[in-house]
Design a protein around this ligand. Structure first.
Ligand code: SF4
Length: 375
């Protein structure tokens, strides 16, 4: 039986954040029970063929599910062949956790909570359309700790409208002082189709200037190092032994099965995507029809590029030997000139067969990675 990681998509949110382009919807709560019913069918149909090595329930806001739906989903997942001690994460929003839903998670082997905090400053949370305040996060965090969760992540964002470097430093320090096990620190990206995109187009978004954003980026690593976190990916920091196994599956280009509306899978060199519409997803599952919208078969160039792009996101980088094992070709045969050029510019290092970005390389990683696109 093949080992695989499992991603489960929950497309419901209480309110749409102003920057969010994820496939998630508010005002569709009436579909929740039917969706979980259909999703449970898909899980049993497709998940039974594998041994599951990690589970990540994301969204959307999985912690926004009502108790019955949450229970049903977790009960179904526990029917699969789960590897002993697997990492089992549920994404949660502050303000949606309580003793009941946390206990349901605990009882069904969830052992990692990932909380979307974004900032500790309430006025900034309001400006970006979050439903919660910082105090609710702290309350939920301590409740989860009290109920025995010993692996908790918080997502934070920098480059927010009206945010200063001091605000960012304050967020990092407050969260680190709470003793989170893992911190993801992302920069805001203005995506098309969001409220922020429209405001940006109308020049109504007071984004920090480039040099201020750079200060925020540079502060992140130093401050989090001070509190005992190590950076293991461009935007991810963890305490010892608390790196996220599931995310590393993506960065290492290993296989995963994505179930639910909008979910994506990578299996047997195929990238598969499910349909977005919740209504259509439920209808098709109930009619025993396929919910797959798109299948892309990767060619060797796609695979090589993805291996480099994703692998260089990790601080440990990629192994030259592994490239050869995967593609039956020496990496220098394909990328020799590009690797040498970036090493000369001190953006890349080759240390005993490990190829990774320098600190400056990480800072301008998009620029470095664009060099690795195969024509
Ligand atoms: S809670 Fe998360 S998924 Fe939902 S709208 Fe906000 S950012 Fe998007």
């Amino acid at each position: 039986m093949k080992d695989i990681s499992l991603y489960i998509h929950i497309p419901f949110c209480k309110q749409k954040c102003l920057y969010c382009d994820f496939p998630s919807y508010s005002g569709k709560e009436r579909l929740m029970d039917g969706y979980i019913e259909a999703l449970s069918n898909e899980i049993l149909q497709k998940g039974k063929e594998y041994r599951i090595s990690s589970i990540f329930i994301g969204g959307g806001t999985p912690s926004y599910l009502n108790e019955l739906s949450l229970q049903k989903l977790l009960y179904t997942l526990n029917k699969l062949n789960l590897r002993d001690g697997l990492e089992f994460t549920v994404e949660c929003n502050p303000g949606t956790l309580n003793e009941k839903n946390l206990n349901i998670m605990k009882k069904h082997n969830v052992n990692r909570i990932s909380m979307g905090l974004q900032s500790t400053k309430n006025s900034l949370l309001k400006d970006i359309g979050r439903i919660h305040n910082y105090e609710e996060f702290v309350e939920n965090y301590f409740l989860a700790r009290k109920l025995g969760f010993d692996n908790i992540n918080a997502d934070l964002m920098f480059g927010l409208p009206n945010q200063t470097p001091e605000d960012w430093e304050c967020s990092l320090r407050k969260v680190a002082e709470l003793g989170l096990d893992h911190i993801s620190a992302y920069s805001l990206i203005i995506e098309e189709g969001t409220w922020f995109y429209n405001l940006y187009e109308e020049d109504k978004l007071n984004l920090p200037e480039e040099d201020k954003e750079r200060i925020m980026y540079l502060k992140t690593k130093d401050i989090l190092n001070e509190y005992g976190y190590h950076q293991y990916e461009i935007s991810n920091y963890s305490k010892k032994n608390k790196e996220c196994f599931h995310n590393k599956v993506y960065w290492k280009c290993n296989e995963y099965l994505g179930l639910g509306a909008s979910a994506s899978s990578f299996i047997n060199k195929k990238r598969i995507k499910n349909i977005d519409s919740i209504e259509e997803y439920i209808k098709r599952i109930n009619n025993e029809e396929s919910v797959i919208e798109e299948v892309h078969i990767n060619n060797i160039k796609d695979d090589m590029e993805e291996f480099i792009f994703m692998g260089l996101r990790m601080i440990e980088g990629i192994k030259v030997e592994e490239f050869k094992e995967r593609f039956n070709k020496d990496i220098y045969e394909v990328y020799g000139d590009i690797i040498e050029k970036n090493i000369k510019k001190e953006l890349l290092i080759n240390n005993s067969g490990n190829l990774y970005l320098t600190s400056h390389g990480i800072e301008i990683s998009n620029y470095v990675m664009s060099d690795f696109i195969l024509s």
